[in-house]
Ligand binder design. Sequence first.
Ligand SMILES: [Zn+2]
Length: 481
Amino acid sequence: MGVYEAVIGLEVHAELNTDTKIFCGCPTRFGQEPNTQVCPVCLGLPGVLPVLNQAALHKALKAALALNCHINQWSRFDRKNYFYPDLPKNYQISQYDLPLAEHGYLEIEIDGKKKRVGIKRVHLEEDAGKLLHEDTGGTRDRFSMVDYNRTGVPLIEIVSEPDIRSPEEAKEYLENLKTILQYIDVSDCKMEEGSLRCDANISLRPAGSKTYGTRTELKNLNSFRAVYRALAFEIKRQSEVLDSGGAVEQETLAWDDARGVTVKLRGKEEAHDYRYFPEPDLTPLQITEEILSGIKEGMPELPQQRKDRYMRELGLSAYDATVLTRSKTLSDFLDDACRLGAEPKAAANWLMGDIMRILNAEDKGIEDTPLSPGHLVEMLSLIDDGVISGKIAKTVLEEMLFTGKTPNVIVREKGLLQISDASALRTVVEQVVKDNPKVVDDYRSGKEKALGFLVGQVMKHTKGKANPQMVNSILKEVLDG
Ligand SMILES: [Zn+2]
């Protein structure tokens, strides 16, 4: 097999989370009854005029700035003409040769190595409707229905330079992009609801070569995992074609996730197939310095800045800071807990350990649970004050996550108070020593491990409620004394 280098570019569409559509006042809520969020403008009825939603423009500019783009002082909307039933006007209002923003970059990090992936352009456009295909069995009953609720929902298209070299880098790029868009609150980025969509193009070339090979375009990538798998598949497939002396065909492929293969959709269309021309119903966009400085001032802390702050001010490791900042809600939670007096490392450990484990198992975000930063802080101080042990805290935490009760209430209701009464503990310790003469002999003959077993027995007798430090010292007193 030849040694090839993959050249990958990603095209991401993100729905902006504005209340209303881009050129009319229809709401953008997801999951409503079909065709209930439509009007003459988004249905493309004759005689109507589009009016640009300023909130959509503002969010698109915010995204472009967060992606380090140069904002064009003048840009323009164009009509992209094509016929498809989900497009009632038979054209999509998009941007072509004068996009909103260009020449940005996004930083990714793999195995500690940082790399910049160029952002070629960010532009604003409207979404199309959605086709629902029904198949009731017989050939006569096959039909499709169309829902125009999504028609006219604002989208930004973010096109990367072909700087990505592996499926791992593609996944990292998408994760980082999603995190940034969530931090700046321009999109909810729910791939399962279609508010974040990704196409990829990929070609191979001999390692070290500067010229591009023939590329294929991959569609129907419905998750980051699908992007990764489809790219890995395509690298293998194209390598085999090239190795056998064949030529890769320029075509559009769909990823079949169930079968784990790419299948041909169509030959590649060229841009001129769309007969782009300037949108006559909208004035060109002029973006002034004043507009931009307003947006810059309102820019929140970005994931990379937050990560740096966590390492610098909270003393977290690079790994911990990366994991925590990947979720805005999780790191907001940590910030709130610290503000309420939590020791940062302790709070971070609980978040990354038991809390994330439970959230992942339940497939939830921390915002979907009744757990509050105040409750976590309260639990941490119960541990510090010796009221509960770290082990009991795990039980308390689980209860907090599911019921929203405060740790103090849970400890009281469940009788989880730590036993720190020396004489009560001594009684249990003496009993355990008496019941395990062989282990005690082992300990006395120098097997340090035996002590751990005895501590475990005491914890078992006290249902985990014994103060572990006290058990240790009392055990040593009894055994060595
Ligand atoms: Zn409308």
